[in-house]
Write a protein of this length. Structure first.
Length: 305
């Protein structure tokens, strides 16, 4: 619809004019309601009282939070160490704990045991602790009193040349089996060799039950049975005995002794016996009642838990 402007006589279109008025009013409305112009009551840690300022404040806090999150890596988080851990931040503490634990090579692999010499053992171990002893070449476990190695331990051969007796001391109290390895045990007489067992209080001279029989395959046999030691009957002068003599814990402090030895003249010596002692075995003695061991004689022992 058109009309005439009564001031200057110009013709205007009413619809266009109204549209201009509406558009101006709308633009003013939008401007008045922009984020920067809308006020609100702040809550929490927000201090701004209009939306735009509040948005800017939150944006700044997010930047600060991002930096804080970056600093929350394990190496940046401090903590108070406890126990044996000395590190004062998380990552170093984790590394320390990992280094102090027994690790494994894989689910189907092996445990990586601590290793060191006898001198490097823990000063105050607890029962059940286990390690590899590089001096002994075996694993060992602390039983609450002693470090007990796995497998057999061996002494060096001892020459019996010219002796009437030879002691074997320093045997660990935890042993359950001791083996004497005879390498030509013979004497200048036909006296039977005798083995005695002992503990910290000394060698035991009574209380044995033993028997020994010598059988010569070409004919004849002799035997001996005594309570003062474990005897090995002789087949003759200078007849060497070879083989093993086993001393084994039966139960508690009761020990069994058994052996099958052969000599150099087609003979066999069967020996068995037992004794009940009052304390753990720690020493032994191999002796003759008379005469001396020959020059070629030697014995060594081995033991295990």
């Amino acid at each position: 619809m058109a009309t005439t402007n009564f001031v200057d006589g110009t013709t205007i279109v009413v619809a266009d004019w109204l549209n201009d008025v509406d558009a101006h009013a709308y633009n003013q409305q939008v401007a008045a309601h922009s984020a920067a112009n809308i006020s609100f009551v702040p809550t929490g840690t927000i201090a701004a009282t209009d939306v735009q300022a509040a948005v800017a404040e939150v944006s700044g806090d997010v930047t600060t939070l991002s930096t804080a999150v970056t600093n929350l890596t394990a190496t940046q988080v401090a903590y108070t160490p406890t126990g044996s851990v000395a590190a004062t931040n998380v990552q170093t503490a984790i590394d320390e704990v990992v280094a102090e634990t027994v690790q494994k090579t894989g689910d189907t692999g092996s445990a990586k045991m601590p290793a060191g010499t006898t001198a490097q053992r823990d000063a105050t171990p607890a029962a059940g602790w286990t390690r590899w002893n590089s001096t002994l070449g075996c694993n060992e476990t602390y039983n609450g009193t002693d470090w007990v190695p796995s497998g057999w331990q061996y002494s060096a051969p001892v020459s019996l040349n010219g002796l009437t007796s030879q002691g074997f001391t320093g045997v660990p109290a935890w042993v359950n089996e001791v083996v004497f390895h005879f390498n030509i045990v013979s004497s200048s007489t036909t006296t039977n060799a005798r083995l005695r067992l002992g503990h910290a209080g000394g060698l035991l001279t009574t209380g044995y039950q033993s028997a020994s029989v010598y059988s010569n395959l070409v004919g004849g046999s002799t035997g001996v049975g005594l309570t003062t030691g474990i005897f090995f009957t002789a087949g003759g002068t200078a007849v060497g005995l070879f083989g093993q003599v086993n001393v084994k814990r039966a139960t508690g402090n009761t020990w069994d002794v058994s052996s099958v030895l052969n000599d150099q003249i087609a003979g066999v010596v069967h020996t068995s016996g037992w004794i009940n002692v009052t304390a753990p075995l720690t020493q032994f003695e191999l002796a003759l009642a008379s005469g001396t061991f020959d020059s070629s004689c030697s014995v060594n022992i081995s033991w295990r838990a």
